[in-house]
Design a protein around this ligand. Structure first.
Ligand code: TRP
Ligand code: SF4
Length: 327
């Protein structure tokens, strides 16, 4: 069976965009592949090193949501990066062969550095973010990595690093392929891409009241100032969420009602709220159970990390042998 691996950085809570863009896909892949899914808590250090104690909370939020959204520890290996220290050894080795120029050219490096200009990101670790990610992937000899488009440059550098390793030391590390989700970008309540850094996200940990409130006050087509004003659904983030969460009939009803002023925005949003609730309600129920039982959660991660460590250790043996380490 082919191997799938993916991770999420533990820097913030999981939101609807992460759910439909990534996690829901991870859940589907569980039946077709041998899956490894993890929380990248070391990656959270690259930009969050000055507030390391905050990482724990994000880690717990991600783990609870992984299980609540349907990742099944019987099917997938669910683990914590920092509990599988084999990643660090491969990261060290890969760092020796990775040219600085490759890292400086990764688009997310410059972008993030400029975006987060209040942080000092002139560190070795931040520049090395993609090397750590490469180690995460290559240590499982993963065939497929389900990621969003924004992660493609990291996957490309992973393939380059694998090629360079294999060129120096022999064919040990297979080049992974991306598995792109074709999901449209999920807009946040202000119409921009949903992102924790924009403050426009709907979180899985939000209460029903908060989700209701966030959608009710969502931005709409500004042309619809009055109930009788017609609108253009294509420029309305509410309509874009309908496209993700509502039935075809409801989408048509919304688009048609918007263009003709046949419906009001509150009416339109109420249908969306109903459909978002239908997705979130089962997750809320499970979140409650898992939050009430943290020791179960820890058992899952302990067992997953142990399994991951075993698989990672096998690759490390191959790596050491190929390089002439260990007798
Ligand atoms: N960079 C990913 C993110 O932003 C997290 C990540 C770390 C990852 N290592 C990975 C994703 C390996 C896929 C494979 O969330
Ligand atoms: Fe948006 Fe619906 Fe209002 Fe049209 S009717 S502007 S789609 S909320």
């Amino acid at each position: 069976m082919k191997r799938v691996l993916s991770g999420m950085q533990a820097s913030g809570k999981l939101h609807l965009g992460n759910l439909v863009g990534a996690l829901a896909n991870w859940v589907r892949l569980q039946n077709e592949y041998e899956c490894y899914y993890f929380v990248a808590d070391w990656h959270a250090l690259t930009a969050g090193y000055s507030n390391a104690s905050a990482i724990k909370e994000s880690t717990m939020d991600l783990l609870v949501n992984f299980l609540s959204a349907g990742l099944d520890p019987q099917k997938s290996t669910i683990f914590l990066q920092s509990w599988v220290p084999e990643h660090a050894e491969l990261h060290l080795i890969l760092s020796m062969i990775t040219p600085l120029g490759w890292l400086e050219r990764v688009p997310t490096y410059k972008e993030k550095k400029e975006e987060l200009d209040q942080l000092d990101l002139g560190t070795y670790g931040f520049l090395g973010y993609p090397v750590l990610q490469s180690a995460d992937i290559l240590i499982y000899k993963a065939n497929h990595v389900p990621v969003g488009i924004d992660q493609l440059p990291h996957l490309e550098i992973t393939r380059e690093i694998a090629r360079r390793f294999n060129y120096f030391y022999g064919e040990v590390l297979p080049e992974p392929e991306g598995l792109l989700t074709e999901f449209p970008k999920v807009p946040g309540v202000d119409g921009r891409k949903m992102s924790k850094s924009y403050g426009n996200a709907i979180y899985l940990s939000d209460t029903p009241e908060v989700v209701d409130q966030k959608i009710r006050t969502m931005m709409t087509d500004p042309a619809r100032k009055l109930r009788k004003d017609t609108g253009n659904p294509e420029i309305c983030p509410v309509y874009h969420l309908h496209k993700i969460f509502s039935s075809k009939e409801e989408q048509d009803w919304s688009a048609q009602g918007c263009r003709t002023a046949g419906i009001g925005c509150i009416e339109c949003k109420k249908v969306l709220i109903k459909n978002v609730f239908a997705v979130l309600e089962p997750i809320w129920l499970k979140r409650k159970e898992y939050l009430a039982n943290p020791s179960y959660l820890l058992d899952v991660v302990r067992e997953g990390s142990r399994r991951a460590s075993k698989a990672a250790g096998e690759t490390l043996l191959d790596v050491r042998k190929a390089m002439g380490f260990g007798l």
